[in-house]
Design a protein around this ligand. Structure first.
Ligand code: BES
Ligand code: MN
Ligand code: MN
Length: 458
């Protein structure tokens, strides 16, 4: 059986695979900060060379932003496209890291060995699981079991500004029988997952301006309306006491979860007490009449991500500020249209502005939610392959995060995406001390070898 020797090779070559991942992790490819532009180029170059080393015809392709990496390799089975992102989140607050974020190291923890470092779980460690599976297969059998296109992006963490034009320009080259995306998590540490729905995302960033300058809070306090009071009242009014969002029309395009999916989710016995307990929380804060899994996977949200205004330095300053600002994010589901939600939000805000106040918005691009169809037999093949590798069978799950490219594969290329990843809830992605479990890396690599094998069989 061709698979067994590949799995053995993966296990035997783990130390070298870890060393390769560490090389990639040492490149500080932070896409949102222009100071790291050259490092994004370097990460793309590193991937091109690594793909070439396993016989993939790979190239760096420039975009107006950070480059893409595209590579092709022939094989007898169906044509798969594999997507991952080599860019990472900024590291701040740096003082909360126990070790430098771009000096990755293996570390022993009570639950096993981990690879610590920015990007280890999101997404460099994950994308390398697939590359390592291909490397082992190629070394064992001289060729890959399927035709594979590799597609790595360097702008995922900064809103993917170049992605849609790039996918349109290279549509025929990026079209395949199915797209594989490794940027999601396990359901639990022993339960692998195929994610079939992702939430969308809309960002709003705005400033309200009242008085034309900061005012003495004794001379003007009482008669002058304080912009922070206006802003906090607006923000406080976004949710009612049942946890629902109050914006008119907000729930119009929000579907109920299909009965069959609801039953599957119930079967997962999600332990929300420890999910919340692990981050120091107790009670779910979403809509009261929704289950915890619905609150994360299939219900839309509105959250304040940041709020600022007035004097925040040391000591005391009796001032009424001229301005107050906030950043919000909405997670979207079903057919919720980012543009309509933005309109509804803005008319709510403007109807709450006192006379003489003004508002200025700095909007982020939005992306709708996406739902994957699991009709394609590839899904059941992959689910079986995952179930063979892990202690417990694979589950179809949702995901609260957003991966806009999943929708672009469908809408721009007519290609269905299968999302399989091996991250854990405690990986601290986007946070200090990000890590990827060695088990995720090793069993993730083994899982892809099994999936390649399964998909190559008709
Ligand atoms: N890998 C994440 C998406 C994700 C988050 C998967 C949590 C599983 C669990 C991805 O890199 C990400 O961070 N996406 C952003 C959206 C993007 C448009 C900036 C997100 O969800 O905030
Ligand atoms: Mn990611
Ligand atoms: Mn991310």
């Amino acid at each position: 059986m061709p698979l067994e020797s590949v799995l053995t090779r993966i296990d035997n070559e783990m130390p070298k695979a870890i060393e390769r991942l560490m090389e990639l992790l040492r490149i500080p490819s932070i896409s949102t900060d222009p100071a790291f532009k050259d490092d994004c180029q370097a990460a793309a170059d590193w991937l091109v060379e690594d793909l070439k080393s396993i016989g993939v015809a790979a190239e760096k392709r420039q975009t107006p932003g950070h480059p893409m990496v595209v590579g092709h390799v022939k094989g007898p089975g169906p044509h798969l496209l594999f997507y991952g992102h080599y860019d990472v989140q900024p590291v701040d607050p740096l003082e909360l890291w126990d070790a430098p974020p771009f000096e990755p190291a293996l570390e022993s923890t009570p639950t096993g060995q981990v690879i610590r470092g920015r990007g280890s779980a999101d997404d460099k460690g994950q994308l390398m699981t697939f590359v390592e599976a291909c490397r082992a297969w190629k070394a064992e059998h001289g060729e890959l079991p399927c035709e594979i296109t590799f597609f790595f992006e360097g702008e995922e963490e900064s809103g993917s500004p170049s992605l849609v034009p790039f996918m349109k320009q290279y549509a025929s080259e990026l079209t395949s029988d199915i797209a594989l995306i490794c940027d999601t998590g396990l359901f639990e540490s022993t339960v692998p997952a195929i994610t079939t729905q992702l939430r969308g995302l809309l960002g709003e960033d705005f400033t309200v301006t009242g008085p034309n300058r900061d005012l003495h809070s004794g001379m003007y306090g009482g008669i002058a309306m304080n912009p922070i009071r206006v802003l906090t009242k607006i923000l406080a009014g976004l949710h009612d006491d049942t946890g629902a969002v109050t914006l008119p029309g907000f729930y119009d395009a929000v579907p109920e979860v299909a009965d069959e999916i609801r039953a599957q989710w119930q079967g997962l016995n999600f332990d929300h007490k420890s999910f919340l307990g692990n981050v120091g929380l107790h009670d779910p804060a979403g809509e009261h009449d929704r289950t915890p899994l619905e609150q994360i996977w299939s219900r839309p949200t509105c959250d304040v991500n940041g709020i600022w205004g007035g004097y925040t330095g040391d000591g005391f300053k009796t001032v009424l500020p001229s301005q107050a600002s906030a950043k919000l994010s909405f997670r979207l589901v079903g057919q919720q249209d980012p543009d309509l939600i933005r309109e509804s939000f803005r008319s709510y805000v403007e109807s709450n502005l006192p006379a003489g106040f003004s508002i200025e918005y700095r909007t982020e691009k939005g992306a709708p939610a996406s739902q994957m169809s699991i009709e394609d037999p590839a899904f059941e093949k992959a689910r079986k392959a995952l179930s063979d590798e892990w202690p417990r069978p694979a589950a179809y799950t949702g995901c609260g995060g957003s991966i806009p490219i999943a929708g672009y594969f469908r809408d721009l290329l007519g290609v269905n995406a299968m999302l399989i990843g091996f991250g854990k809830d405690d990986d601290q992605i986007h946070s200090p001390n990000e890590k990827y479990d060695l088990i995720s890396f090793q069993k993730g690599t083994r899982s892809w070898a099994r999936i390649l094998d399964a998909l190559s069989r008709t």
